[in-house]
Design a protein around this ligand. Structure first.
Ligand code: FUB
Ligand code: ZN
Length: 633
């Protein structure tokens, strides 16, 4: 029995901070990404996504076609872009965008084989290789992303074509893995969570059965990929099928406890598991999700909500191994962590899930996007130093400025779809209770008839006003970091009980509810178990982690240290700074420059004022040093 369910993306109309980002997606990111996918974006890395669907269609019609272009999972970018566009259309009807979507959907439909198979990589050529390399070939991953796009587009427009195509594809996969009992499970989990959406959108129980099958059979035969490899004479990247931890298949998922392996794959898998557990009331599966959740958030997550700390395999490392300068912390992984958190909330109302969801969102996800919406970080280090980052062999993956696109372009359209559907993560409902997991300015409508208007300048101010229409209960998450808070109903202070991080308030038509959080700048210290952070502190304000950039600190952050005995202070909201933000200033020290590499003279240091800006906004003012954690004293 679900504790709560997400509201549809279209039930939220944003304003304030969320509105600003949703507008950026609508006005800049979606049109820009459309051009990229059509290979019309000038200098950006070539995509080939549209061309691949056109060429797959031609191949099926027996016409001459160009070869497939790009990564084996290139089709997934179409699914994510369509998903982002669909959410945007739901809130802002736009004939041109809808025409563009319909055109792409027709190309996708024309690229589907008669039997329902859909994947341009193995339709344009290598037909005989279909389904022979689940480990690397991403057929189920691409199908999953296209399914998610189809569900969102159906929800936004009521048009069925895309959903029908993907239901036919789901039936094809069902025949193969359930009816014909083909062995194996997804190399890159994703389809599990997508099938849950397909089940809800179509009511087709085969989708639920298939999701359940892929989750339940994973790791039952840990050697499946080895056996698969024996049977084929080709490979995509030469991936090692023996690394079971990396593939999250060393044990059945119900027996897993440590978040391991490729970080995006892991959190997509856990999202599917948590979704299934909530749908079917499977407490054993939920217990596994909870253990995996704790492994991530208590031992393997950056302060920014970033996960996957090593570039080697884009993967989780071991407990407490959280280096700042070589962090991988892929944007998609933080998005996946938000997905996981949102599905955990469907099993258990616990403020911890919302706390992590907002940490990942306000820090790593937003850091993935340049303020103009046209450049993106894939990797999100917590320290970037021009000359070393992006240059040294150990730091080649940590760039100091955002590129316009990537050969492996999973992150940019993922950020677009997440932001354009942020209402789903911010609000939920169960019976007559409406849940506010994130403080998201705007209007939210619930199927129980309640409507909420939320007015707030969060995350830069911590007063949140709700105006209610309808009757029921309002459940608002109180972040664990806020020791003190005030709640007022119709102007009068009230003291509702805080149950697992949520306060529950009876509401009637016309009520106003105000939540005032006590949020001041604060220093955060890492556990002594994190070797990279010994003796360091970070500066945070509300849900945002701040960072020190050279441009605000005389061009050099390496000689700075923090005086954490003095409170940091917060500047006025400055709408001209980084698209609108508040700076923090802290007391600290700057050590004098040293002329030689080593010296036996202790460095002199003098007191100074340090300036910090939100980590989400770093790298928007050219090449620049950046550090989140500074030494204390
Ligand atoms: O494999 C598909 C996507 O590409 C993954 O989710 C990302 O981590 C990147 O490897
Ligand atoms: Zn990515």
């Amino acid at each position: 029995m679900k504790t709560m369910q997400q509201i549809p993306a279209k039930a939220y109309h944003s304003s304030g901070f969320m509105g600003k980002y949703q507008e950026l997606v609508r006005r800049e990111m979606i049109p820009y990404q459309y051009k990229v996918l059509r290979d019309e974006a000038g200098n950006a890395e070539k995509s080939g996504v549209f061309a691949n669907f056109i060429n797959a269609g031609k191949t099926l019609r027996g016409e001459n076609a160009e070869p497939f272009y790009g990564m084996v999972f290139q089709d997934s970018d179409a699914g994510k872009w369509l998903e982002a566009a669909a959410y945007s259309l739901a809130a802002h009807p736009d004939e041109q965008l809808e025409r563009e979507c319909d055109e792409l959907i027709s190309l996708i439909a024309a690229a589907q084989d008669e039997d329902g198979y859909l994947d341009t990589r193995f339709t344009i050529s290598d037909r005989d290789k279909r389904w022979t390399n689940l480990l690397e070939a991403h057929e189920l991953y691409c199908a999953g992303h296209l399914m998610e796009g189809a569900c969102a587009y159906f929800d936004a427009t009521g048009k069925r074509e895309f959903l029908d195509v993907m239901e036919k594809n789901a039936e094809h996969i069902y025949r193969r893995f359930i009816v014909e009992k083909a062995e194996g499970y997804p190399g890159h989990p994703e389809i599990e969570l997508a099938l849950m959406k397909m089940y809800r959108a179509t009511g087709n129980r085969h989708c639920l059965e298939l999701a359940e099958h892929f989750i339940n059979c994973r790791g039952v035969d840990p050697c499946y990929y080895e056996k698969e490899k024996e049977k084929r004479d080709w490979t995509v990247w030469g991936n090692n099928p023996v690394d079971h931890d990396y593939q999250q298949n060393g044990k059945p998922v119900r027996e897993q406890s440590d978040a391991m392996g490729h970080a995006v794959r892991a959190v997509y898998l856990y999202t599917g598991m948590a979704d299934l557990a909530a749908e079917t009331g499977d407490s054993e599966l939920f217990a596994a999700c909870r253990r995996l959740w704790e492994s991530i958030v208590n031992r393997r997550m950056y302060i920014t909500g970033g996960i996957g700390s090593t570039v080697h395999g884009e993967a989780f490392s071991v407990d407490y191994d959280l280096p700042s300068d070589t962090a991988y912390s892929e944007t998609c992984a933080a998005i996946g962590l938000m997905f996981f958190a949102s599905r955990m909330l469907e099993n258990e109302i616990n403020g911890e899930y919302g706390d992590i969801m907002e940490t990942a969102f306000y820090n790593t996800v937003l850091a993935g996007i340049q303020l103009d919406g046209k450049r993106f970080f894939y990797v999100n280090p917590l320290e970037a130093l021009p000359g070393i980052s992006g240059v040294s062999p150990t730091h080649r993956h940590t760039l100091t400025t955002r590129p316009g696109w990537y050969a492996c372009a999973c992150c940019p359209p993922n950020a677009a779809r997440l932001i354009s559907s942020i209402g789903q993560y911010a609000y939920g409902e169960k019976g007559d209770t409406v849940f506010c997991h994130l403080y998201a300015a705007g209007d939210a409508e619930f199927s129980n008839g309640i409507r909420l208007r939320c007015e707030t300048e969060y995350p830069y101010d911590f007063t949140v006003n709700y105006t209610v229409s309808g009757n029921g209960r309002l459940a608002v998450r109180i972040p664990a970091r806020c020791g003190k808070y005030v709640i007022r109903k119709n102007g009068n202070n009230i003291s509702p009980e805080n149950k697992s991080g949520y306060v529950y308030i009876e509401i009637s038509d016309g009520d106003t509810v105000t939540v005032e959080l006590n949020d001041a700048p604060r220093f955060v210290y890492a556990s002594e178990k994190v070797p990279a952070l010994t003796g360091k502190a970070a500066l945070c304000f509300g849900p945002m982690v701040y960072c020190f950039e050279g441009v605000d600190n005389e061009g050099d952050v390496l000689s700075l240290s923090l005086d954490t005995s003095e409170n940091a202070s917060v500047g006025e909201y400055d709408k001209t700074l980084l698209g609108g933000t508040r700076k923090l200033t802290a007391k600290g020290f700057r050590r004098e420059k040293q002329s030689s590499l080593y010296s036996s003279e202790a460095p002199k240091k003098s007191p100074c004022e340090l300036t910090a800006v939100p980590y989400a906004l770093w790298g928007n003012r050219g090449e620049n040093q950046m550090r989140v954690w500074l030494n204390i004293g």
